[in-house]
Design a protein around this ligand. Sequence first.
Ligand SMILES: *Cc1c(COP(=O)(O)O)cnc(C)c1O
Length: 335
Amino acid sequence: MIDLRSDTVTAPTDAMRAAIAQAPVGDDLYGEDPTVRALEERVADLFGHEAALYCVSGTLANQLAVRTVTPVGSDVLCDYRAHIVRAEHGAHAAVSGITTRTWMHPRGLADSDTIAELIAPASSHFVSTASISIENTHNFAGGLVHDIAALQGVRALADANGLAVHLDGARIWNAHIASGVALREYGAIADVLSACLSKGLGAPVGSLVIGSRERIAEAREWRARLGAAWRQAGVLAAAGLHALDHHVERLADDHVHARMLAEACGVDPDSVETNIVVVPCADAGVLVAKVREAGVVLGALDPRTVRLVTHRDVSRADIERAVTVLGRALPDAGR
Ligand SMILES: *Cc1c(COP(=O)(O)O)cnc(C)c1O
């Protein structure tokens, strides 16, 4: 099976398993796991921040990150298709007492003028805005990479209004490889961010919250409160360190593969910047079923949209086969 549902399906390589087997470990709740500490220090430094916290998932990392910049009963602003508002099971409301208001942009861009209209100052009538959340790359907008100038515009808008910026960087590595913008430059636009190791980087588990020492200490306390503190998590963190050493630069291959799939699906390859291709069609269910018979697995985002995601575990030969399979199935799905 050629699995193009998500880059989360990647399995650890033999070399990664060897790194896991050799990892020195300790009790992380006592701050004594050297591998977890090494991962946290390395990732904080990559983004030019003071500290980081290793977490079980991106959903937990985002939850902890957003709450450090958004007090109970206040707003976080985000795109209407942001992962934090669409795909985290209402966690920010259910767990953190935070409300969300969303902006709409047809291409998923972070336009400061659009965002500015949503900002509500503290008043006796309205929920006050505390933070702005940006997703880079933007998953449901087709792996879009935000222009660094636009992100700096959002930073300036936040500063002018006394707001914080959260960056959902689940796929920030893909943005970095596609744009050539340094991770530190992305780090500089955010007060707090999250980054994922278990998507394109191919680690089996893990995301990090990254920010100031103070915010990370607060996130650490909440992680424990939610029952998600670790013990000898160095066996997992070792996979993350291995991924940072060996799996970042190769994301460029995934981006080339995504353009090949786009072309096969009649989507403008120049609109595909990273590893995600969103394909509108008359019947997503038919397309998913047809290609599955031929050994290609896709996911439907909704009844008229499928999403294809490239990653480490699909080779050039797999992509070539998927192109042939898609070419045969697309007309039946009204594309
Ligand atoms: C996958 C994803 C997350 C959450 O990661 P999980 O580890 O699946 O909880 C957060 N943000 C974005 C943009 C994602 O794509």
